[in-house]
Design a protein around this ligand. Sequence first.
Ligand code: GLU
Length: 450
Amino acid sequence: MTVITRFAPSPTGMLHIGGARTALFNYLFARHMGGQFKLRIEDTDEARNSDAAYAAIVDGLKWLGLNFDGDIIYQSKNAARHREVALELVKNGGAYYCYTTQEELAEQRAAAEAKGEVFKYDRRWRDSSETPPAGVKPSVRIKAPLTGEVVVHDAVQGDVVFGADALDDLVILRSDGTPTYNLAVVVDDHDMGITHVIRGDDHLNNAGRQTVIYNAMGWQVPVFAHIPLIHGADGAKLSKRHGATSTTEYAAMGYLPEAMRNYLARLGWGHGDDEIFSDEQAIEWFTLEHIGKAPSRLDFAKLNHVNAHYVRLKTGAELAELLGVPASMASAIESVKVKVGTLVELKDAIGFYLNAPTAYDEKATAMLAKNGANIPLILPALEALAEPWSAEAVKAAIHAVAEQSGKKIGELMPPLRAAIVGAMSGPDIPDAMAILGKVESLARLKRAVA
Ligand code: GLU
């Protein structure tokens, strides 16, 4: 059997981080099993769909590097096939025409609610021999079992039992001939040969309803794996108030796609205590058995830690390209890349190479007040160095000044840092001065003295 999984987003917004994780799990499982990973756009809700959302999802998957197999399937294009299956179900006795109108249903619902009862369609047309009312276009309802239970054998949740009283005769085809959501999902999953449905556990109830439809068609039910949702650090379901929720935002915040893959794989799945692993390892290790049952929590400190690891793995030239700065910045980037968590921080950290400080921050100002007077002691030694100078030559010159003057290195380097960077952060200062070059470095030192 070839494993076929799918990611089936509705194009109604950005690629949400929860959706990205669902896509990743489907991707990893398919690759682990040597199978296929497909993309189906569930675009049947015309009022909520948008082309922009569709593009954002496809771009988000591309950015994350989750390549899908074959063409994109558009659910809306399969409506005729969904209708055909609904009518086949009427023929085989698995479904029936229901002539209760929307107005009647609304009345019945209101009456039930007035009595404090939960409304459930009374199945009046299920086995009816009444003559259908003239002029009423029927909907089609599935026959849910009246007794017994439906069991979903879930690879994550275990056996989930739906008693007959929890299932109703769901409308599968509306009176206007359009398919409903659960019918469309079942037909598409069947026709696409989907063997494993891995998705958020907010769809667990649908799995019960969908199983009824599979059974009525005599189709093989796929393996379901409903994964717990991602929560924020406070344990509440992830929402805007926890900060970034879409892949687009994470990209803008300077996270690398490989770091996101690594981090998201650990959200709800694990391989022992391994925190950092390659794509190849994730594919080799990924099985459904190790998906957890408890919701996972998004932890930005961990994400930053993972991202910092992947930033360090990149060369200065690669990072320059990602930042959109000239390749000549590669060594400047090398000098600070170990100090940052994100690309945004990296861009910030190389800022002083591109622009001389126009002001000194609070700490740098305090440092210049304390040891700024040491800079003129160092200047002659630096001026005497040949151009181009190296970090080693700069360092040796400063050490020589320390020896001659009796000052400590800790009194000489920090004011240089304040003058060169304008802040007390940044790379090793001889490195920074080597990258900046003699002319620019000396100009900055002289400006600070002035
Ligand atoms: N379109 C559904 C959603 O975006 C997913 C349905 C499914 O995976 O079966 O939540």
